[in-house]
Design a protein around this ligand. Structure first.
Ligand code: FES
Ligand code: FES
Length: 159
């Protein structure tokens, strides 16, 4: 099958790649592009470990065709930190809101997406937003507390 040529932007940088018509974005990220931060937990849209953003919207990269990246803006966990870690990353480390870490890139991408839309979420809203990110290790409480505390810190300690 002839390969498709895709021109896209990943974490603010222009990027080109070849892919099969039925190849997932996750496959291309983790394979030819070498961006292995996005994880494959299920490959079927159930676990959220592969979460990325597509034009600013959170998506499961295992369910997205790589060809759909043409002309779009892709954000991955590799682009989350600038010169310093993102406050969510720092807080997850401080509060040990991870164990094996397989779910963590997806959780962080989802949490960042939430705080961009809602800088003052309730615990219920955090849990609801992260319901698509499965974690087999932490029991979720540390994750939720880390997101709540990051939100408070980013608002200037208002809570
Ligand atoms: S690997 Fe994509 S949702 Fe699980
Ligand atoms: S830290 Fe292991 S799956 Fe979440």
């Amino acid at each position: 099958m002839a390969k498709l040529h895709v021109s896209t932007t990943i974490n603010g940088e222009p990027q080109e790649f070849l892919c099969d018509a039925d190849q997932s974005m996750l496959d291309v990220l983790r394979g030819p592009l070498g961006l292995t931060g996005s994880k494959e937990g299920c490959g079927s849209g159930d676990c959220g470990a592969c979460s990325i953003t597509l034009d600013g919207r959170l998506v499961c990269s295992c369910l997205m065709l790589a060809a759909e990246a043409e002309g779009r803006q892709i954000g991955t966990i590799e682009g989350m930190a600038g010169e310093e870690l993102h406050p969510l990353q720092t807080k997850f480390l401080e509060m040990a809101a991870l164990q094996c870490g397989i779910c963590t890139p997806g959780v962080l991408m989802a949490a960042k997406s939430l705080l961009e839309r809602n800088p003052d979420p309730t615990e219920h809203e955090v849990r609801f937003w992260l319901a698509g990110n499965l974690c087999r290790c932490t029991g979720y409480d540390k994750i939720v507390r880390a997101v709540m505390e990051t939100a408070a810190d980013m608002r200037g300690g208002a809570r």
